[in-house]
Design a protein around this ligand. Structure first.
Ligand SMILES: [Fe+2]
Length: 318
């Protein structure tokens, strides 16, 4: 079973002082690249005959798998760490006080560690079950993680995380990232780690009851020769900026559903996507379902499609 791409864990257009371009490039290129690499490595490992393969090949592939697995997990946590106002919730302020003396003291250490990394690695706030406390962890690459620890918050200090907006000014990037920490979701992860909350909570940027379809399922069905009814409902301003759609999709204005829904077939599912899979795609999906269509929104939207390397219309024409 291949590793699936996760929809971006924050709403990029709402971040304060971090551009859409920076966050989306990071998600589609670096995070998407890690998941694609991980799947390629997994395929190679699956094909090996471990009784005959040279040991150096096993060591190399398992090392690469470790890097890609942690890169995937830490990037998902990084995006889920953004989207708030940077102010710790009451519960998290109390947890930080217990472990570090105060929330300010925690922040001083965390940001100093980020500056000290000077250009590559991760700074993580980690829950240690043995001590039932939080600790800041320094990781020079994707593979340095505390055994038994559960990361609650992640700050990516690789150059690709900031250079588009900040050049070499890491201090300005760190300040901007800290202004956007989503402590409400960090609290959900903390409670999940301590056993007080729901397991795995605090990662998704949105919960909806609407039926959805993954970008991998669409890619696989298209590769199998199926013609799918895929509708691109990105707002007109996004479509104007980027005309290219998923291969085989048709763009329709999400503001005018009533004008074009009659063109669709009710005998097959209508797969609806927007930019990231948030409110626009879900709103149109809900409106089409009200009209009796078997509409499903595409989790992660066009951004997730790009992150898995899915074909787009402009590419299909050349
Ligand atoms: Fe990154």
């Amino acid at each position: 079973m291949p590793y699936a791409i996760a929809p971006i864990g924050c709403r990029p257009w709402l971040l304060n002082g971090l551009s859409d371009r920076l966050i989306v490039s990071h998600y589609e290129t670096n995070y998407g690249g890690a998941v694609q690499r991980l799947n390629a490595i997994t395929e190679k490992l699956r094909a090996l005959d471990f009784s005959t393969v040279p040991e150096f090949q096993i060591a190399g592939l398992k090392r690469d798998e470790l890097v890609a697995l942690n890169s995937m997990a830490l990037h998902e946590l990084y995006f889920a760490s953004l989207g708030g106002d940077g102010k710790p919730t009451e519960r998290m302020a109390s947890a930080l006080k217990e472990s570090f003396g105060s929330a300010d003291r925690w922040r001083d250490e965390f940001t100093a560690m980020a500056r000290a990394l000077s250009g590559s690695g991760w700074v993580l706030l980690v829950y240690l079950p043995r001590e039932r406390r939080l600790v800041n962890q320094y990781a020079l690459d994707h593979t340095q993680n505390l055994a038994t620890g559960t990361p609650i918050l992640a700050l990516d200090m690789y150059e690709h995380a900031y250079h588009i907006d900040f050049g070499a000014n890491t201090a300005a990037y760190i300040d901007a990232a800290m202004r956007n920490v989503d402590w409400a979701r960090a609290e959900l992860r903390y409670l999940s780690a301590t056993g007080e909350g729901e397991r795995g909570a605090g990662m998704a940027a949105q919960q909806t009851e609407l039926p959805c379809v993954s970008v991998e399922a669409i890619r696989d069905r298209m590769a199998g020769g199926e013609t799918l009814q895929v509708i691109d409902v990105r707002p007109a301003k996004y479509h104007e900026l980027e005309k290219s759609t998923m291969a085989g999709a048709t763009w329709r204005d999400p503001e005018r559903v009533g004008e074009w829904s009659g063109e669709l077939s009710k005998s097959e599912p209508v797969l609806v996507y927007c930019v990231y899979g948030f409110h626009v795609g879900c709103g149109v999906t809900a409106a089409l379902r009200k009209e009796g269509f078997d509409a499903r929104y595409v989790a992660g939207g066009l951004s997730a499609w790009k992150a898995i390397g899915g074909r787009r219309s402009a590419e299909a024409e050349t």
